[in-house]
Design a protein around this ligand. Structure first.
Ligand SMILES: C[S@@+](CC[C@H](N)C(=O)[O-])C[C@H]1O[C@@H](n2cnc3c(N)ncnc32)[C@H](O)[C@@H]1O
Length: 202
């Protein structure tokens, strides 16, 4: 899919994402569980409407990237409501550059499903993270349940067209092939949803 079309799709979903920010559900529980250890200089890629800001320490410096101007607009409102200072960048994560080893915590939630080249993004997340830093991931992908996995394969093209994201990526496989060491992994919902605590490979 053309990147411009994908940006358009996510622009249209921005208000839906902002409604999720204050919900109390399993999605928020996942975020809280993963992000309770976020600290220091934080980089969040594909930030969406800023659903994670409330889990970051008030003292953290936050840098956030997304290619959707509408998502960034919503995230700016959320940051302002929560009195968060955030350095926002509108850009494509696959193309943007940050200095190597410059963040203590690098975060992606529900974004590996949307990149054309997720392996390239994982490489970048690792390179932007300090050697003693952490990469925190909350991602969805292909289930280990054959019936659910069949459904995910069947509906993949539909979700890509309508929402700009893939249903059937092998998230653990991608992370295992990346220059990252997995410190801890928890999988939920028929192993289709993963919380991953990782660090750059030495
Ligand atoms: C499924 S939403 C998740 C948003 C947010 N991370 C969350 O957890 O609520 C995916 C987000 O990734 C952004 N995105 C997708 N591909 C991107 C890319 N190549 N560069 C920058 N942002 C991207 C979209 O605009 C959207 O905000």
């Amino acid at each position: 899919m053309e990147i411009e079309r994908q940006v358009e799709l996510f622009n249209k979903q921005a208000t839906k994402y902002v409604r999720r920010v204050n919900q109390k559900n399993s999605d928020q529980k996942m975020r809280q569980r993963l992000l309770q250890g976020a600290q220091g200089d934080i980089l969040e890629v594909s930030v969406g409407a800023g659903a994670n800001f409330k889990y970051y320490p008030k003292t953290s410096r936050i840098t956030a990237v997304d290619f959707s101007p509408a998502m960034i607009e919503q995230a700016k409102l959320v940051a302002s409501e929560q009195s968060r200072q955030v350095d926002f960048h509108i850009g494509n994560v696959e193309e943007i550059d940050f200095p190597e080893k410059s963040f203590d915590t690098v975060i992606s939630t529900l974004s590996l499903c949307s990149y054309p080249h997720p392996e390239k993004v994982l490489q970048k997340l690792s390179s932007w993270c300090k050697e003693d830093g952490q990469v925190l991931l909350y991602e969805h992908g292909i289930s280990s349940n054959p019936i659910f996995a069949w459904l995910q394969h069947k509906t993949d093209a539909f979700f890509l067209k309508k929402q700009g994201c893939h249903m059937n990526r092998d998230i653990l496989g991608l992370v295992q092939s990346a220059p990252l060491s997995i410190v801890r992994n928890e999988s939920y919902m028929l192993n289709a949803v993963h919380l991953i605590w990782a660090k750059p490979k030495e």
